[in-house]
Design a protein around this ligand. Structure first.
Ligand code: GLU
Length: 278
């Protein structure tokens, strides 16, 4: 079930797109005003409590942080254009000038920093597992040898399983909602990604009582604001995040967006200090 082939293709497409960008000569130099007088913000559309689209409504913690930051940068809410940014497409969307910023449970990693810049972090999550509610044999990734696990292409979650647990059958999907369908049907035994994402998915009306988060995190995921390489917006965004925390709006946003989900953020790691800009 390991999907080597689709991943290989995605990696090739990513490389091709990056090459194109490199040859294209930089364009408008990475300020956040790429689309007229508005701002295009990449978010997830299928992660309840973080980035979620319901018709013309966009909700979640990432959306709230993005609105606050955009406000501090001088944009009104109706100047924000929300764009779906799936896990596998985030670097390309920034490199190809399809979005100005990404707030999409986007972990800061050295590998991603080769292609994009990050402001923040504005949240720290941890990778965990989601299992069916009657499951008792899975307490951590070491219990998954010989079992099937679902994660999302282009995520740090899928990469960590490939690196650290090569004996686990990894089934990659484009989004986490697809993984929950596979978990419910028995096609896989667990879903892995960040604890806050799993808690949000498990708490929707449709999923109530079906799944549980194992609660044994095995990574630290620092959520950053993805920016085009060479952007001059990092410091202004960090200042906005700091202000959001100081004003209490950060705490309010986390609380409101995790209400009803069985989730409490790690208070030793949150709220994080934004890292110095390069
Ligand atoms: N935070 C992880 C990442 O950036 C997993 C969640 C996601 O796919 O957005 O890859």
């Amino acid at each position: 079930m390991r999907s080597t082939k689709p991943l290989g293709l995605a990696a090739m497409a990513a490389a091709a797109a990056l090459t194109l960008t490199a040859c294209g000569g930089g364009g408008d130099g990475g300020d956040a005003g790429g689309s007229g007088d508005g701002v295009r913000i990449g978010i997830k559309y299928d992660q309840p409590g973080l980035g979620y689209r319901d018709g013309s409504e966009y909700t979640g913690f990432d959306v709230d942080v993005a609105k606050y930051v955009a406000g501090e940068l001088g944009y009104t809410e109706d100047q924000i254009e929300w764009v779906e940014a799936p896990s596998a497409n985030r670097e390309n969307m920034l490199a190809n000038d399809q979005v100005d910023m990404v707030f999409a449970t986007y972990s800061i990693t050295d590998e991603r920093k080769q292609t994009v810049d990050f402001a923040g972090p504005y949240f720290v999550a941890g990778q965990d597992l989601l299992v069916r509610v009657d499951e008792t044999s899975i307490q951590g990734p070491e219990d998954l040898e010989g079992k099937n696990l679902c994660s999302v292409t282009g995520s740090t979650s899928a990469q960590k399983v490939k690196d650290d647990h090569p004996g686990v059958g990894l089934f990659e999907q484009p989004g986490y909602a697809d993984c929950l369908t596979a978990l419910e049907s028995g096609q896989v035994d667990a879903v892995t990604t960040d604890d806050i994402i799993l808690a949000g998915l498990a708490s929707t009306d449709a999923n109530q009582g079906k799944f549980k988060v194992v609660g044994n995190t095995f990574s630290e995921e620092q959520y950053g604001v993805g920016l085009p390489k060479g952007s001059d917006q990092c410091q202004a965004i960090n200042d906005a995040i700091t202000k959001m925390v100081e004003e209490g709006a950060w705490e309010e946003a986390v609380t409101a967006n995790t209400e009803g989900a069985d989730y409490r953020y790690n208070a030793e790691l949150n709220p994080p200090e934004p890292a110095p800009c390069a």
